[in-house]
Design a protein around this ligand. Sequence first.
Ligand SMILES: [Zn+2]
Length: 280
Amino acid sequence: MVQETEITFQLFASGYCTANAKIIDPTSALKSSRFYAVWALLKHPSLGLVLFDCGYNELFQKETQSFPEILYRWATPAHIPKEQTAKYLLEEKGIKPEDIHYIIVSHFHADHVCALRDFPNAQFICNQSSLDEYRSVSGFSALKKGIIKKLIPPDFESRVIVLQNISTSYVDVNSGLLFHRFFDQDVFELIELPGHAKGMQGIKVNLSDKKIVYATDAAWSKEAFNKGILPMKIVKLFFDSWKAYKNTFTALKKYEANHPDYTVLFTHCPETLQLIENNV
Ligand SMILES: [Zn+2]
């Protein structure tokens, strides 16, 4: 019997980019908002040390100096202090980059995968459809999908694991959300959250003292989510599917209503950062 004390889930933030606040919430009075690059460290006796995403690192500035990648930097200017990178924050906790066994990739947008190269022994758990899209794009077509291939480790293909090959799935009947149980454990489940990016996934954490649905970019602000406010429609330009996004948004709200014991969190939301700063 595994002791639950050996299992933990902790959120961190590695830098942020800025964007117009009205994109997040068209009713906002603010001019600009920070999009924090949040990721999580999972500890599990059979999985070992696992990251869920890994935030920005210094590679973002290095790989966005020339066209076409510089467009990405112009669209989302990023602030990335070295002491906020995943590698640095983990080393502060006594965790070496070599000790990370897996990195679960929520989706391939640069602010979620920038630091993948810092973890030489990690295998990457990806959803089949996000992987298919990643493999099918390059250069400018990749950039239009928010993907900078230069950030991805050169040996990525030999280290990737397709989630669907290591998981069993079920649909939550009330919300219609699709969940994946992976590697025969039932504390962490991945949730398909289509719309923002192809094959995007979040994670459900079921610990006795911590019940979280970390819904990545299915919304950008908990406040807007609570009010049912969708982002500005200009996001259609880079979202995978606006229709799927709206369906996921509604499904998540249903799930939250049916599971009041779970806290729904989003990657780029100030409330998530507040939890990190308060060490929750
Ligand atoms: Zn994204």
